[in-house]
Write a protein that binds this ligand. Sequence first.
Ligand SMILES: Cc1cc2nc3c(=O)[nH]c(=O)nc-3n(C[C@H](O)[C@H](O)[C@H](O)COP(=O)(O)OP(=O)(O)OC[C@H]3O[C@@H](n4cnc5c(N)ncnc54)[C@H](O)[C@@H]3O)c2cc1C
Length: 459
Amino acid sequence: MRRIVWFRRDLRIDDNPLLSLEGDLLPIFIFDTHILSSLKADDRRVTFIFNALFQLKSSLQQLGLDLAVFYGEPTEIFRYLLAHAHFDEVSASGDYDAYALQRDRQISHLLTFNYINDTYIFRSDEILKPDGTPYLVFSPYYNRVKSLFRPEHMREFFPKTHALIPFDYSPLHCVQRSHYTPKPLSLESIGFIPQILTSSQQRSPYTKLDQFADKLDHYSKNRDFLALDATSELSIDLRFGTVSIRHVLRWLTTQKNRGVDTEPFFRQLIFREFYAMLLAHFPHLSNRNFRYNFAGRENEAYFKAFCTAQTGVPIVDAGIRELLESGEMHNRVRMIVASFFTKNLLLPWQWGEAFFAEHLNDYDASSNSLSWQWSAGTGIDPQPYFRIFNPYTQSAKFDPDGVYIHRWLPELAGIPAKTLHCEERLSALALTGYPAPIVNHKMSSEKALHYFKSHKNVL
Ligand SMILES: Cc1cc2nc3c(=O)[nH]c(=O)nc-3n(C[C@H](O)[C@H](O)[C@H](O)COP(=O)(O)OP(=O)(O)OC[C@H]3O[C@@H](n4cnc5c(N)ncnc54)[C@H](O)[C@@H]3O)c2cc1C
């Protein structure tokens, strides 16, 4: 059996089911021009991927294997490979967003496609209602997960001994418009500029788990507080598969056996599963509402103020500044800014989703679009449309001393926390160098409620 093993969202050798398959292997990674063409040259995620690839290549070499890296459009690359050698199949772990599903379908017309379940705990058809349809509400989905979860879902995969298929593994293989050009294997060869990565992008997932062990017991109590370092920071590793989800589960079991309450963290991991399952069943959810015809109102001036951290609402601007400067944003802040965007500003959620997609280091199509739909109240299992976060009470509750706001908005250094959390006081200040709030919370919420009530027609 001659197999192409295609690494995508599983950039590691540890606990990787691809390497437990039999046969002679050609391990590959593709820099997909369809995805790269929409990214800016200074995109931090591409540097992260590049570093992870070098690590993967060297780990594979230690197993007597290697990694061939391609640049181009995946279908064309598969045609190129098949024109030069015989392969029996390609094996890859599942990727459920709409583009990935369509790309894999095209490749399956060229070569037998062996789809492996690795990125998520469950296959997308594994946790369904008794009538075989997908769950649309999280709580019953979660209960079903708990009743179907078995030790096999945490099983560890070990690499087999393989013969490496002869190939030139050193250059970057560029295949474009039927032309083949070998180039040096560097970021510059694919048009990107190396970036300095954030601490979260630099630390190994295993170090993160070690550091998180002491915080896990207080996760539920602390995770919403913006100045506390209380979460795992694993989202980027789960996104690119630099750690296996099963390894995280086994680690969690060890913690549970030590008497730690692991359920709150497990529940968050299952949100990730729920959103991936939904996108696999309803690919149109990446850009279309599930239920209501809330389209929002297109307002370029509001959108610009939001994207440049100039809304005059400190917690919102602090979150956007964090995103722009680091590619990261605390989950609670993501919820606050998405609510402000879709309700106080009444902007189309798709605009906010695309803005996050451009900047988030952990951007994931399913978690991002479904979370935006949840915030906008348009989707499956949404928060009710009439629930509108008050950004000032949210910041008073979750950033009481204004530590997070001051960190990201140094221009507000002299403003006491009490003022930052009070719309009236803030609006009365007339600051230089920081704008007055672009909307009043009460008035904009009433306008949004009126809009939602009159657009509540079920699609
Ligand atoms: C508007 C909005 C957009 C979002 N976009 C993304 C995205 O593009 N990519 C992404 O990975 N997460 C997204 N999230 C979910 C969440 O904010 C991040 O997963 C979390 O902040 C990552 O930090 P952490 O790894 O320290 O999380 P922890 O609190 O340590 O949680 C552990 C893991 O559980 C998963 N998880 C936690 N919360 C959620 C959640 N609400 N939904 C889905 N999975 C979750 C993540 O994989 C996370 O790494 C979004 C949330 C909102 C409200």
